[in-house]
Design a protein around this ligand. Structure first.
Ligand code: DGJ
Length: 729
């Protein structure tokens, strides 16, 4: 890895990629960095970028600001494309002009105050190029940082803006990243809704803007803060891909603009709608980080770079590398209708079958018999748990189970003691109706006293209950976005301050309780993003646990996120979300492809089913290291056909999961080609057959789902797990 800098050119490169920036003199005397190249590695020898034609001298109708590939485009200068930074000064106009002042190159990287970010464990793991850019008229200093990881096809990018003057500055736009690429690109993004999160959509290039985002206060079910630009011929296995993911959990925008000259600009960061941040003299503002991955090995290559980076240098703490426990969650087993005896009955059955962690979901606190009360009152409901949390905890621990607990820390029910005491603690706009959603309001997490209340209350329950795991839920989005904490001119800061407050609480709790495994959740997968992964190494992917629906959800989620982050459960049939009846095998195979658990009453299953569950759990424990730490490859997309397949590659073991949605008569046996196997001979652990890796990649595994003899076939919703071991030559 190296960063070469001469007077005007900067070349960041590692074995996988290069980024080239150059300085350009504008007619007003300012000097601006341009992004000249981002892609496959270039040789590191001497090279010089040529000056760009900016039409300045030619009497052209187009202004330089509408043409140049700025590394950090600013507002107010007639650039018709999305811009990254706009500062208002005392004059009130939006003209922001940054000029290069100096740069620094250093080993390692800086952490981002109060924000989640990727990190290094040793300075030689990354190198950073930091530009100091100055707007003299505004007395603003901007540090634009590019951190290139030494052994990964990944860059981390962010901006820090400092007010060095005597007057306040107003930020109306402060995005994390601008990527400039020549040419048109197709765009892939992950969209959805509750129960249908992170479906993959690929759109053709267009002149103008394609934008995704969230104004909901959470990264949302609707769009994930992820976008990928690809060439038309890019597939899962080959071609170029540029992936961008924001390390952020709040409202965001990602805008892809293609101009009339077919240049593409991607700008991403905090949502700018309504954003207005006052920077007092001496203060700085740090944007969230954007992670940029380049792949010339197709979409799988891109995903693998994101996944290993997140697994190894975004997730933190004891649980980052530990194998995650197989859990049993009582939510769909009991909903709100439980008591200690019922829970222990389920827990005993679970333990006997091999479950390691019992999770008590919603309904254990206040007087919460339905979702219409008690959020905020985090004290055990003694009607249901007469001995409190500590008694249940002790009994579960005596059984040999870990004890996990559900919280929804950011919420408050109007029918709660907390609300009666502090009716002003929720987000609200004075004089406006307080809109409830799922009968609840949102705590104003921008307020330090609210943050402290949440931290102390949860911390106490974690200690008193000897809690081993927390499921951190968040079940509604913003309305009436107002805060009593902020003066009128600062209300535009609230969405970001809310998330900063949430991060502060998450930081405090994870630091105070390092042994606790935290799992993120938001009405299923409504806040599945890298910001949460920094604090919590796994996230509940969706409330939809139907095996067929989960194929698409988990396939899409894997574009940037590792299987070790994707929490997945086997639930009862008929499925509670779509009423579909699928077999235990496919439910098991889908859930085993992530962080595995059950969400049903195991004690109510037949003996035959319990035996199969015990076998599933034993199998998962065997393959868990490969699932959680191996290389994940998507083989067949559920968005494109009746079959879906994916592969996990470990040191000497390969796991291939194949799913067939519907059974058809008179079809040939399908084959599934494996990908990127370490060369060698592989033996099928179930039937003993041996195959050369080249055979497996070029001819593939042929699967018999029984279509040849329909009456004996598997029927709909079938699956296979093929386990291969590399033979010692
Ligand atoms: C939404 C979550 O996604 C579910 O798993 C469950 O915890 C419920 N909330 C409880 O209210």
């Amino acid at each position: 890895m190296s960063i070469h800098a001469d007077q005007t050119d900067f070349h960041l490169s590692n074995p996988f990629m290069s980024l080239v920036l150059s300085l350009h003199s504008m007619v007003d005397g300012s000097v601006t960095p341009l992004m000249r190249y981002m892609g496959a590695r270039l040789p590191t020898g001497d090279f010089h970028t040529q000056p760009l034609d900016d039409h300045e001298q030619q009497g052209s109708f187009d202004l330089p600001d509408t043409l140049l590939p700025f590394a950090c485009p600013t507002g107010g200068h007639g650039d018709n494309r999305p811009t990254q930074l706009t500062l208002l000064g005392g004059d009130g106009n939006s003209c922001t002009r940054l000029s290069y002042r100096s740069h620094a190159v250093y080993a390692g990287r800086k952490s981002l105050a109060g924000l989640p970010a990727t990190y290094v464990e040793a300075p030689e793991e990354a190198e950073t190029l930091e530009f100091l850019l100055v707007d003299e008229l505004r007395n603003a200093e901007v540090r634009l940082r590019y951190t290139l990881f030494a052994h990964r096809a990944a860059l981390a990018v962010s901006l820090e803006i400092a007010n060095k003057g005597q007057e306040p500055l107003i930020l109306t736009e402060a995005a994390s990243l601008c990527l400039s690429l020549p040419g048109p690109y197709e765009m892939i993004h992950l969209y959805g809704a509750w129960g249908r999160e992170r479906w993959v959509e690929r759109t053709p290039p267009m002149h103008g803007e394609r934008a995704i985002g969230s104004k909901r206060g959470a990264s949302s079910h609707e769009h994930n803060p992820f976008v990928c630009l690809v060439r038309p011929d890019t597939t899962e296995f080959s071609g170029e891909a540029w992936g961008i993911n924001l390390v952020y959990s709040g409202s965001f925008t990602l805008r892809v603009h293609q101009d009339a000259y077919d240049q593409t600009r991607l700008v991403g960061g905090l949502a700018c709608d309504g954003f207005r941040w006052t920077l007092s003299p001496g203060e700085s503002f740090q944007t969230p980080e954007a992670v940029l991955v380049y792949s010339d090995r197709g979409l799988n290559g891109m995903s693998q770079s994101f996944q290993s980076l997140y697994r190894e240098r975004l997730c933190r703490g004891l649980w980052r590398d530990r194998e995650r426990p197989v859990l049993l969650n009582n939510w769909e087993a009991t909903y709100f209708d439980f008591n200690e005896e019922k829970l222990l009955g389920i827990a005993k059955a679970a333990k006997a079958l091999g479950v390691e962690l019992f999770v008590l979901d919603d309904g254990w606190f206040g007087r919460r018999d339905s979702d219409n009360c008690s959020l905020g009152d985090w004290t055990p409901d003694l009607r249901k748990l007469p001995g409190g949390l500590s008694s249940l905890s002790r009994k579960l621990h005596e059984l040999g189970l870990m004890f996990g607990l559900w919280f929804e820390p950011e919420m408050i029910s109007p029918d709660s003691d907390l609300y009666r005491l502090h009716p002003d603690w929720c987000l609200h706009a004075p004089g406006r109706h307080r809109t409830t959603s799922r009968n609840q309001l949102i705590l104003d997490m921008s307020r330090p006293q609210v943050q402290d209340y949440v931290t102390e209350t949860l911390s106490r329950q974690l200690a008193e209950g000897s809690i081993d795991y927390v499921k951190w839920d968040m079940n509604r989005n913003f309305t009436e976005i107002g805060s009593l904490e902020l003066e009128p001119s600062r209300q535009g800061e609230l969405p970001h301050r809310y998330i900063l407050g949430v991060y502060r609480v998450m930081e405090a709790l994870t630091a105070r309780h390092p042994q606790v495994l935290f799992e993120g959740c938001s009405g299923g997968g409504g806040r599945f993003d890298p910001g949460i992964l920094y604090y919590m190494p796994q996230i509940w992917a969706s409330d939809n646990s139907d095996a067929v629906e989960r194929l698409k959800i988990q396939y899409g989620t894997s574009f940037p996120y590792p299987p070790s982050a994707i929490s997945a459960h086997v639930s009862a049939i008929p499925n509670h979300q779509v009423r579909r009846k699928t077999g235990l095998d496919i439910r098991g195979h889908v859930a085993m492809s992530g962080v595995f658990g059950y969400e049903l009453d195991l004690s109510a299953m037949s003996l035959e089913e319990q035996t199969r569950v015990a076998a599933q759990i034993a199998l998962y424990k065997e393959i868990r290291p490969i699932i959680q730490h191996g290389t994940f490859t998507r083989l067949l997309s559920p968005f494109e056909g009746n079959l879906c397949a994916w592969q996990f590659t470990g040191q000497d073991h390969v796991l291939v999961f194949v799913f067939q949605v519907l059974q058809h008569a008179a079809k040939l046996f399908p084959s599934v080609k494996l990908h990127d196997l370490p060369q060698g001979i592989y033996q099928d652990m179930d039937n003993g057959l041996r195959h050369d890796s080249r055979f497996l990649e070029r001819v593939g595994l042929t699967l018999d789902f029984g279509a040849a003899v329909p009456a004996q076939g598997d029927g709909d919703f079938s699956s296979r797990l093929i386990r291969l071991t590399r033979c010692q030559e």
